[in-house]
Design a protein around this ligand. Structure first.
Ligand SMILES: Nc1ncnc2c1ncn2[C@@H]1O[C@H](COP(=O)(O)OP(=O)(O)O)[C@@H](O)[C@H]1O
Ligand SMILES: [Mg+2]
Length: 348
């Protein structure tokens, strides 16, 4: 890659993490050399009394996309997220936001940055119990010095956008969990920040409500195009919401890529185990399994980017035929049958 190309790529990335390492403990700089020597997390804890939460993470997060951070409990997801708005300071490494080093911000710049550029949605909603829904949504705005009527108007717009019109004057305790998280989302969006940090925001919700919230987020995102960093330990949620997925294990970045890439070429057994029960039909495209000659095909043509589940639906009434898989321009790539599509959907 030449230098200009590299710089352009850097600018397209909303957020760049460079060799980020985090040690929790009294004297991280003394222990850092052992991290660089490759000592594992357990030894660093047992022999040096520090918790290695992140090891040498480099990651480019694209502007306007949903970046998932996935991993088991304790793998470092929240720690990574909290570095982005500097709730946590790294032991080593850098965090660039639109090319700007977050660590170089002074107190006042940091306050401004948190008020305008970045907002956070928490798992436990973190609503103010004695304030109305409207006031909760307006909360981030009061710091922005907007007039109170402008604040109220902005807040109401977002209350409606998340489907809570009519609840402006209710209090959090009067709302269900799902509704409370809608408030959390509205509050984060109302600030107009271009980047949202979401730490397992839907994990505490019942499955049905959770799916509803995922739908809402996808709907809003298709309109807003925010840069969203979304932490989850749920692989189904990750492939559903993510444009890209970064998978952590014990503070290390194991794999980073588009959902389909991870589902079709998991890097190791940890990733394979993690994703084994994911519904592939929605994510993996039929082009990945097309093979063989296409001259004797007697079924409908299917475009290569069609998800497997959709291909299966197209072939349901043609159980015995083989269908050509073609590029957008109609160039044949190979063939599939209903059986091969269904097998791929069930593959692990
Ligand atoms: N303030 C802290 N002090 C000491 N250790 C911490 C602190 N916060 C997190 N850790 C440790 O860092 C590791 C990563 O934690 P965390 O980022 O919370 O993981 P996750 O969000 O993936 O569950 C864990 O081993 C955790 O115990
Ligand atoms: Mg966490």
């Amino acid at each position: 890659m030449d230098e200009t190309h590299g710089q352009i790529e850097e600018m397209q990335s909303a957020i760049v993490l460079q060799r980020l390492t985090k040690l929790f403990g009294p004297t991280p700089s003394d222990v850092l050399p052992f991290v660089h020597q490759g000592l594992d997390k357990n030894k660093i804890f047992n022999e040096h009394g520090h918790v290695l939460a992140l090891r040498d993470i480099s990651l480019k997060i694209e502007t306007g996309k949903v970046q998932i951070i996935m991993g088991l409990s304790g793998s470092g997801k929240s720690t990574l997220l909290r570095h982005i708005n500097r709730l946590i300071e790294p032991s080593a490494g850098r965090i660039l936001i639109r090319g700007r080093d977050v660590l170089s911000l002074d107190k006042q710049e940091l306050r401004k940055f948190r008020q305008h550029q970045i907002s956070m949605v928490f798992q436990r909603f973190a609503l103010l119990p004695h304030r109305t829904i409207q006031d909760n949504v307006a909360f981030g705005l009061s710091a922005q010095k907007a007039t109170s009527s402008a604040q109220r108007e902005t807040a109401n717009t977002w209350v409606h956008k998340v489907g809570l019109g009519g609840y402006e004057n209710s209090f959090p305790a009067q709302l269900s969990g799902g509704m409370q998280q809608r408030v959390g989302l509205a509050r984060a969006l109302a600030t107009g920040a271009e980047c949202l940090l979401m730490d397992e925001p839907f994990s505490a919700l019942d499955p049905l409500i959770r799916t509803e919230m995922q739908d809402l987020l996808l709907e809003l995102q298709s309109e807003l195009g925010k840069t969203i960093i979304f932490v989850t330990h749920d692989p189904d949620e990750a492939v559903r919401l993510g444009d890209n997925i970064a998978i952590l294990k014990d503070g290390e970045l194991i794999q980073h890529g588009a959902p389909m890439q991870i589902l079709t070429s998991p890097k190791n057994d940890y990733i394979r185990t993690f994703i084994q029960d994911v519904n592939r039909g929605r994510v993996v495209s039929v082009g990945t399994i097309a093979n063989g000659e296409t001259k004797t095909c007697d079924g409908p043509d299917i475009v290569a980017t069609t998800p497997l589940a959709e291909a299966a639906r197209l072939l349901t009434n043609h159980p015995d035929v083989s269908a050509r898989v073609v590029t957008e321009k109609g160039h044949p790539l190979g063939s599939v049958t209903l059986t091969s599509v269904v097998e791929a959907m069930a593959a692990r």
